[in-house]
Write a protein that binds this ligand. Structure first.
Ligand code: GAP
Length: 474
């Protein structure tokens, strides 16, 4: 059945809010509330069979794009727990704070910067305590030590970036790199968020994809920020995110982090139903030479004193052409895996309703991100030859792409199930397949069907599994 036969003139509806995605994600095995058997754990989420595939595909697409397809970026995977001094000299121990206030009426505790119109979000009162800092690094203790031994204190990293800075020299010398070049890392970060929430948008455990791009102090830093903004807009486009749902926010100087001279946030329309629909998807910051300088033993302050008496290394760089030694500046595009996944899901979600009021969800994921690339469906599950052929096709596709076999319903139901989880291709094996060694390949978005020889199937699918072309509007 073709698309228009079933739907006539379908009405397309995008995801109206995050709750729609929460419900789909749970129903279809993308994301589950964590620790549910014990009543849950506030704002912690577990990724199910489809969610883990989607996350992995986002991370792989990012890694391929930056580390494999460019010539100027290396990758690392540093420890989550670093020497505590890293966080002292990075400034996180002193400044990685949220400002807390308590409502005197209902005793609710909130982040001061998130209060709208000075009103308590719980009870509406405007009677607040003074704001006080709360350090959001998650603490742990290393080794078998007494509970109050201060030397055992360690932190779960709040950003992956510091693991890159402290390895700058290792990477630069072992890979014989000259400026400009970048180092990328993907991995978990942790923040003791005061008010986590909105599904996977703000959690205490999350994943980051960060890249530190090292350049000379004389480079055009602001232009480089613009360059990386453009690069990421294009990349998000290739993941299927509509440019109209992205918004650039030039962070005002009073909001900049202590290390930044300029930051542009790429915001996504996570709250289409609200007056203020935007929330940060990622940030692109010019971090100056702050990080390499602060971790270096030779860097001096304005009065000629070493700023870091604990460091045993100097993370400066010698420019052979200019015959100069300096601390490189850094342009940092820092993105969240979970926020990218949420944006991808919201943008891919579409509901289609036909003239009779029948509605179907179709998840129009970019083929490269789809958790399952092909579903092999036998048209008659009581015919051993058809079932055998379908299973053999699934096995032959497995080494090249993620394929599943499903015979647990009528064909209409099986198609609908795959549409809802974003599978780009359904492959049906029917009676004729036994004779002509060919199958029907159905396209998720157009519902058009093509007859393809089994021997050509893997190549045919691989050709069509390319990333979405970048929309012209970008
Ligand atoms: N190294 C710079 C840095 O960490 P950030 O803006 O604090 O910058 C970068 O974080 C990205 O990490 C954010 O844009 C967001 O995508 C993600 N992120 C930060 N905190 C998060 C949280 N609590 N939950 C989910 N993602 C988070």
């Amino acid at each position: 059945m073709c698309f228009s036969c079933f739907f006539g003139n379908p009405v397309f509806v995008p995801a109206p809010n995050i709750d729609t995605i929460v419900s789909l994600a749970k129903r279809r095995g993308f994301v589950f509330p964590s620790s549910e058997v014990y009543g849950g754990l506030g704002s912690a989420w577990d990724y199910g069979p489809l969610g883990v595939e989607l996350c992995n595909n986002v991370k792989q697409a990012w890694w391929r794009w930056l580390v494999h397809e460019r010539d100027d970026i290396e990758g690392v995977d540093s420890s989550i727990i670093l020497n505590r001094l890293v966080w002292k000299y990075s400034g996180h121990e002193a400044t990685f704070n949220d400002w807390l206030i308590d409502c005197r009426k209902c005793n609710g505790r909130f982040r001061a910067d998130k209060i709208v119109d000075n009103k308590c979000p719980s009870c509406g009162a405007s009677d607040w305590t003074e704001a006080r800092p709360f350090n959001t690094m998650l603490q742990t203790k290393l080794g078998a030590v007494a509970a109050d031994d201060p030397t055992a204190l360690a932190y779960l990293r709040p950003e992956t970036a510091q693991g890159i800075f402290i390895n700058f020299l290792n990477v630069q010398t072992t890979m014989r790199r000259k400026l400009p070049f970048g180092i990328a890392q993907v991995g978990k970060s942790f923040r003791n968020e005061v008010t986590p929430g909105n599904f996977i948008l703000r959690t205490r455990e999350f994943e980051q994809m960060e890249m530190e791009y090292f350049v000379a102090p004389t480079a055009e830093h602001s232009k480089l920020v613009d360059y990386w903004v453009e690069q990421y807009l294009e990349w998000f486009g290739s993941l299927g995110i509509n440019r109209e749902n992205l918004f650039l926010y030039e962070v005002p100087s009073e909001e900049l982090a202590h290390y930044s001279k300029r930051t542009v946030d790429i915001m996504y329309k996570y709250f289409p139903e609200r007056e203020k629909p935007w929330e940060e998807l990622m940030g692109i910051a010019w971090r100056t030479d702050f990080d390499l300088g602060t971790h270096s033993k030779n860097k001096l302050d304005a009065e000629g004193k070493r700023i870091n008496p604990d460091s045993t290394e100097d993370l400066s760089y010698f420019d052979e052409v200019a015959k100069q030694r300096f601390y490189p500046h850094v342009i940092e595009p820092a993105a969240g895996v979970n926020r990218t996944v949420l944006a991808v899901l919201m943008d891919a979600y579409s509901e289609k309703t036909n003239d009779k009021g029948e509605t179907r969800v179709i998840l129009k994921l970019s083929p490269q991100l789809a958790p399952i690339k092909a579903a092999i469906l036998p048209l008659a599950k009581n015919k051993p030859e058809i079932v055998g052929m379908a299973k053999a096709i699934k096995r032959s596709l497995q080494p090249v792409l993620r394929a599943v076999y499903d015979d647990t319903g009528g064909i209409g139901k099986l198609y609908a199930r795959q549409d809802e989880i974003g599978t780009p291709f359904c492959i049906t094996v029917d009676h004729q397949s036994l004779e002509d060694e060919a199958v029907t390949v159905r396209d998720r978005d157009t519902w058009e069907q093509e007859r393809i020889k089994v021997t050509d199937l893997a190549e045919h699918l691989q050709k069509r599994l390319k990333p979405f072309p970048v929309p012209e509007s970008i």
